[in-house]
Design a protein around this ligand. Structure first.
Ligand SMILES: Nc1ncnc2c1ncn2[C@@H]1O[C@H](COP(=O)(O)OP(=O)(O)OP(=O)(O)O)[C@@H](O)[C@H]1O
Ligand SMILES: [Mg+2]
Length: 304
């Protein structure tokens, strides 16, 4: 680690003020002692254990952690798609007991209806909730303009790029005016260039809309670029390791991943997610590889 980096906890005055104001805003989401145990024929899996955090209005929270630490489980519980085992989830102080229009979801896989046009995809949720076709069309047009896809209103999903499909998915989620947008690796399937564009685009949308965002990602740069705070989970069972306040000032500059604050935050995340192995364990691994190779060589020899 570079010794010249600032401490990741150090905040410039403007950043400190931002966090003070942010924490004064109302709490939209509160997760209290949340636990989840999956039960199956093979036994029990403790996916989440004693998760606690709050998200304030218009806050952007990213969740990172190793594969299998329970990120998708967490977001599915928040969405009301998965029951939890212990604790509670409060949205606007009310317990979450099932899916609801107060939560918008965007997943990694493209979930648009292929037989509907872009505009009809966005109108779908509104029409299901008894909005008139005229009203739904007006709302859909507004949101498509906001995500920059008004010219593609009459296109079908298969005519769009991956990034454009995710923009439609964002419009479709926001058209219902949810209190929180829940995003599970939404840009995970995009190439690096489209992904960077979508990150900048999402921040632009967030700046213009009264929306709180909880965003899951594997990508440390993505988390630091987007988030106010980053919830770091560890695996088996999924527990909160740390809730980091990102000290990088806003507005953030796309592609600028080398500022001292950025690098300091990244170094901290790396240390939490990929901690160096104790010396004893490294040795064990090397020994087992060597033994495996010897066996492999012996097998080859036997063939001769
Ligand atoms: N329906 C299920 N039944 C049983 N176990 C499950 C189920 N869904 C997830 N799990 C287990 O719960 C744990 C958390 O899974 P989850 O999918 O939430 O992790 P994740 O952090 O989203 O992983 P990834 O980064 O790979 O997407 C894993 O051990 C997984 O095997
Ligand atoms: Mg997942």
């Amino acid at each position: 680690m570079n010794a010249n980096l600032p401490n990741y906890l150090d905040q410039a005055e403007s950043v400190k003020n931002r966090f003070t104001k942010l924490k004064q805003r109302e709490v939209i989401l509160e997760v209290k002692h949340l636990g989840k145990v999956y039960k199956s024929a093979k036994g029990e899996v403790a996916a989440l254990q004693d998760i606690n955090f709050k998200t304030h209005r218009r806050e952007f929270v990213c969740v990172i952690g190793p594969s299998g630490c329970g990120k998708s489980t967490l977001i599915r519980i928040l969405a009301g798609l998965e029951p939890h085992t212990t604790g509670e989830v409060l949205l606007d102080d009310k317990p979450v007991t099932g899916p609801g229009r107060d939560r918008g979801m965007v997943f990694q896989g493209y979930t648009l209806f292929p037989w509907l046009t872009v505009k009809k995809n966005v109108m779908f949720g509104l029409e299901m909730n008894n909005a008139s076709t005229g009203e739904a069309a007006r709302e859909a047009s507004l949101w498509l303009e906001l995500v920059g896809l008004d010219k593609f209103a009459n296109a079908y999903p298969h005519e769009l790029s991956g990034g454009m499909k995710q923009r439609v998915a964002i419009a479709r989620a926001l058209v219902n005016k949810p209190r929180i947008l829940l995003m599970d690796e939404p840009f995970g399937a995009l190439d690096a260039q489209s992904r960077a564009k979508m990150q900048a685009h999402l921040l632009e949308i967030w700046r213009n809309v009264d929306i709180t965002i909880l965003f899951i990602t594997h990508d440390l740069d993505e988390a630091i670029f987007l988030a106010d705070r980053i919830l770091v989970l560890k695996a088996h069972p999924g527990e909160v390791q740390e809730l980091i306040e990102v000290s990088v000032p806003r507005p953030r500059i796309a592609g600028n991943y080398t500022s001292p604050e950025f690098l300091a935050t990244k170094a901290r995340l790396e240390a939490l997610i990929h901690p160096p192995k104790p010396v004893g364990e490294q040795e064990k691994e090397e020994v087992s590889i060597t033994q495996h190779m010897i066996r492999f060589v012996n097998v080859e020899d036997n063939v001769e």
